[in-house]
Design a protein around this ligand. Sequence first.
Ligand SMILES: [Zn+2]
Ligand SMILES: [Zn+2]
Ligand SMILES: [Zn+2]
Length: 325
Amino acid sequence: MDEESITNKQEVRSLLQKMRDGAIKELSPTVDPKQGLIYPEAEAELKENVQSTLDAIHREGLFLKEQKGNVTACKKCGGTSFMIMYRCPNCNSLSLRKGLVIQHLTCGYTELESVFAENNYICPKCKKRLRALGVDYVKPGIQYVCNECGNITQSPTILLQCWICGELQTIEEANYVEINKYRLDHTKRDLLAKVTFNLAPIVQRVSALGWVAKKGYKLRGKSGVEHTFTLALWPYEYGSKGTPDVVVEIHLGVVEEVQVLSLYAKAIDTEIRNVILAAVPAVSDKAKALAKYYKINIVEAEDTEVLIEKLALAIEDIIKKLLVS
Ligand SMILES: [Zn+2]
Ligand SMILES: [Zn+2]
Ligand SMILES: [Zn+2]
């Protein structure tokens, strides 16, 4: 993996970690009339350049991609909501009549059937009466007649006007966007090991102490908001449901006060007493002071392997204290 790799970005690693832990199963987009394609889970991590980042991760081999469809998006603003209009391909007029067309073979005159009907089926051009379908006239089907230039066509130009920004564009000018779903390619073990950490050793060590650990655990707080923790732990006898006794949040990147505050709020909302905040590569001094005040345990290490080792020790420490009390 070279220095240009997209996986050097912390937010990308954080997304991949959540996918590896199962907190995010897949990245499936929704089509928004205003914003076009949106990937809510990826956006929560990546904030910007979501589509190009997902494409880059896919190019590096970490994602499996599956196309679910496509959508046409405004060339100017990316919106997917349009007013659709037909335009004369000859003179660009938007004044067109649509209907069944008759071509008078005798003189070649072509007009809507309704015009011939109003004229008692006497050709407006050569003034001869139409006699028999297929003999002196044919009906080439439903067509569009331009009121400006008289051009008749079966396929007028399709013009799209964006409801969001008003931009006029043909279908060819608008953006064709693939709707793709992404999943982590778990078979790329070596690649994944470089950018995410493996929580399996912790789960094993915890289970040796008679505890159970779940990755990417989701829990609804008193506020009704759902929170996700990197790891949640319970003594076996309580099963692995409801409020865990211990939770761990792993942060890739330097932890600042805001991450401590956010974790504290999650702990209050879910009424979890034992909270560990683990970070690669470090926790700022201010964040450490805040964590101490809120009784949040801090574990930090420069690389993920060392972090996992330190974290396992910290968890074992808390479990032993809980067993004593
Ligand atoms: Zn637009
Ligand atoms: Zn005629
Ligand atoms: Zn025309």
